[in-house]
Write a protein that binds this ligand. Sequence first.
Ligand SMILES: [Zn+2]
Length: 418
Amino acid sequence: MASRTPISRGRRSAVPEGLNETWAKDLTDQFRRTLSTKRMNALTRQTTQQHTQAPNAPPSYSSLRNIPLVATAPSDRNSLRFRSMLLSLSNTPCRWENPGLLDEALRSIPLERIYDQAQEESDLYLAEAASLGTNTKAAWGYQDCVVRALMKWFKHHFFQWINNPKCGACHAPTIAVGMAAPLPDEQARGANRVEIYQCSNAQCQAHERFPRYSDAFVLLQTRRGRVGEWANCFSMLCRAVGSRVRWVWNSEDHVWTEVYSEHRKRWVHVDAVEEVWDQPLLYTHGWKKKLAYCIAFSADGCQDVTRRYVRNFGKYGLPRTKAQESAVLHIIAEIKNMRRRDMNKTDKFRLEGEDIREDKEFRQNVIESLSREICRMLPGRPDADMLKAQERAREAQLARARNQQNAQYFNPRDQQQQ
Ligand SMILES: [Zn+2]
């Protein structure tokens, strides 16, 4: 549908109604002035920082934003430590690449219901597109709708959020008392740490163990945990239903999923805990959280996707001090090469094309963020936020229609049958 295409594409064409011909020139001048002020401010900040920082402290990310970087092998202690951490994290999605276990995982999913629901929703998107004109493409494709249906089922009918586990003996609430080493059987199932809780009931006082399993296939049985377990198990199930998937690690203690939409030809943000689809600004604009690094790992690549989640670095970016920026580039390229080492030329070429398109998308994000700032400065100019709000209202209306349909598929009675 036309309103879903990137804002810049629609806006480039004509002078909006009611504006004179100097509009474009005015806007360009304003843009130049804003950019120039921004750069001057950045330079001033940089100079002040250089005086106050220790001589060997890594420069802040914001000071490097406008300088083209060359990937350099990490050599300082911080960068080397960051490299080992990223290498270790990058194994997570590779552990899901087991066809036998993925097939088995499919057996935990009510596939027929999920496929039916996906079909209904994708039909609705098609009808919506058709009503808007012959050249309009549906907002999402069938496979996107499969992942959306999977997410709803996963959150409401499959996985449980655990803060403090209930007492196994009397079901009373428990209080955290510390950590313990995993027992041999817990260790065998991939738990690397175990939290210990004590029952709050004075007559009981039993201890409850909460092993933190990191094996997505074990989580299919335990079906509980916090954000780490949720993202791990849900991402693996996305893989099981045939999507290309990324596991996104964030330095501020969050993880989530990205799936590749063949229909939209781009990676889509998915947070199963929040039941959120394609809302990458949830953490910054929504939660007002500041982020430093968001790194996406998949079985066939690795990408610094921070620019998808942090559009306004001045407001929502945290200083990136874990490694030199040139080293981060090097580490990501190193992991990417490792994952693609045994691929044939055609696949490598296709993935490189994808990386280039994604980089373009990230640059577009920065441009859109800048132009929004400018629009806010110009009275009476078309306001991007207002347009977005209108689009959100329209989407909410459609979502209500869809929810009515979902209710037929996922009602509380079904849960007891599982
Ligand atoms: Zn108890």
